[in-house]
Design a protein around this ligand. Structure first.
Ligand code: NAD
Length: 462
């Protein structure tokens, strides 16, 4: 059998199992979540080691903090709450249909496909897997070919934890990913770039497979005049430099009052140095995944330099042959430049000045709706104005990234940054079918009253 026949065979097995036993009970779901949690905890070092190998350099602490911890928290959160999520929800019954009982029951969809990217390879595989298992589904996972050591480890860990009827990992390159997205899943969740998301949605449409797309984009950080520059710079520097900026919800660029642009850029560099005093020998500062990423960012910086922009740097230069890249701040890159057109996905922060709040809001609204928005202000009125007039997937006010870490908040994009949200209860619902169940009582008034229906319809329309 070749790889694609195997993949189809596993899908067929999972599909048959999901139709034979469509609804695992609470105990089975909690046991699956517990098994996975134990496996991750027991293999934490191996996971951090594999990811470090794929990245060239990624600190084990960063992997523990940004991937293992949230994955384990998500598993525990689901285990704690799944009983409540599964409980049928009663609805009021219209007088015409009484006596009867109306309720919504959440049922498993069947077989869920998950395609994950390279930047947080563990978390972005395990978080959707957690929600899909809590909702009682079977799952096939396709991790990125750009993290081969991690993907091979994930294959082994899942194989040791679940039967292939329950959860299976498919490794391989783009051809495997294409064949994977063409399988007639009951739901397909894709995390990755907007361009590939389009291809995935097209493939899924052939099977009428519903999709959740977790995509990218340019997430702005808006600093209002009342907020201390140093504090904003500290938060934005952290959000930008974790995983060397290779984070889907990293602040992509900053919008600051025009007269504060230079001071803010300098505060950013200070904050970057404070958080990461050294780079090359700093175990906490991650590498860029590939030379391609590095070249892409170097070209964007060169374009900004040629356009006459001021670029402030960390100070320590990193050997061009190294996998790491020194962070920098670019003042006012032109609107059509690479830095302002494409998602940056690295340690480079453009700073754009605005004259007043309306201009800043206009800038955000004139661009595609982002995955995240960061707002720095203590002014409640400004908070409400921005929250109600600039749309994004999620928001953290007076900080960065943290809305993603809160298990009971839905996480997802809007428009080109994605569709559908997951995490916690939102994830349970995403991977469930909300089924209407109406149980008619002993006296069925509706049937008794007609036909003819004249009396009933006149009474209803009164
Ligand atoms: P990518 O789109 O290149 O790849 C993601 C996955 O898609 C990989 O597993 C790959 O094998 C697969 N793939 C590639 N071509 C495919 C095809 N034709 N059909 C089906 N699958 C295919 O993304 P990436 O470079 O791995 O990740 C970076 C992007 O992901 C950034 O844009 C980032 O913002 C985004 N991202 C979004 C989130 C989120 O939660 N919204 C999280 C992390 C990353």
């Amino acid at each position: 059998m070749n790889g694609q026949t195997t993949m189809r065979a596993i899908f067929d097995r999972q599909h048959a199992a999901s139709r034979r036993e469509p609804a695992p009970d609470l105990a089975a779901r909690r046991a699956a979540l517990r098994r996975l949690e134990k496996r991750l905890v027991a293999n934490a070092d191996a996971i951090a080691g594999a990811i470090a190998q794929d990245f060239g350099h990624r600190s084990h602490d960063e992997t523990r903090l940004l991937e293992l911890l949230p994955a384990i928290r998500a598993l525990r959160h689901a285990r704690r709450h799944v009983a409540g999520w599964m409980r049928p929800r009663r609805r009021a019954v219209d007088i015409v249909f009484q006596p009867a009982r109306a309720e919504v029951r959440h049922q498993p969809l069947g077989v869920v496909g998950i395609i994950s990217p390279w930047n947080y390879p563990l978390l972005l595989s395990v978080a959707p897997l957690t929600d899909a298992l809590a909702a009682g589904n079977r799952v096939m996972l396709k991790p990125s070919e750009l993290t081969p050591a991690f993907s091979a480890l994930l294959f082994r860990l899942i194989d040791e934890t679940f039967s292939p009827d329950e959860v299976a990992v498919m490794t391989g390159g783009v051809e495997v990913a294409e064949a994977f997205s063409a399988l007639p899943f009951d739901h397909l969740l894709f995390t990755g770039s907007t361009g590939v998301g389009r291809a995935v949605m097209r493939a899924a449409a052939e099977n009428l497979t519903p999709v959740t797309l977790e995509l990218g984009g340019k997430s702005p950080a808006l600093v209002a005049p009342d907020y201390p520059l140093d504090k904003a710079a500290g938060s934005i520097a952290l959000g930008k430099m974790l995983n060397a900026g290779q984070t889907c919800i990293a602040p992509d660029y900053a919008l600051v009052p025009k007269h504060q642009v230079q001071a803010f850029a300098e505060a950013m560099i200070q904050a970057m140095r404070r958080r990461y005093p050294t780079l090359a020998d700093n175990p906490d500062y991650s590498a860029l995944l590939s030379a391609r990423q590095r070249q892409r960012l170097a070209a964007a910086l060169e374009e900004a330099l040629n356009a006459g922009c001021t670029i402030l740097t960390h100070g320590e230069t990193v050997d061009a042959a190294s996998a790491k890249m020194a962070p920098s701040v670019v003042i006012e890159p032109p609107a059509g430049s690479l830095l302002m057109r494409e998602e940056i996905f690295g340690p480079v922060l453009p700073v754009i000045g605005y004259a007043d709040l309306d201009e800043a809001l206009h800038h955000i609204r004139a661009h595609p709706r982002p995955l995240a928005l960061y707002l720095f202000t203590h002014d409640r009125q400004v908070q409400e104005t921005v929250l109600s007039s600039a749309i994004s997937g999620g928001v953290t006010v007076n900080g960065t990234l943290l809305h993603v870490a809160q298990d009971n908040l839905p996480f997802g994009g809007i428009g080109p940054s994605g569709m559908g949200a997951y995490h916690g209860e939102a994830g349970f619902r995403r991977f469930s079918h909300a089924r209407a169940v109406m149980t008619i009582g002993p006296v069925n008034m509706f049937e008794r009253l007609g036909p003819p229906w004249g009396l009933l319809s006149r009474w209803l329309a009164r």
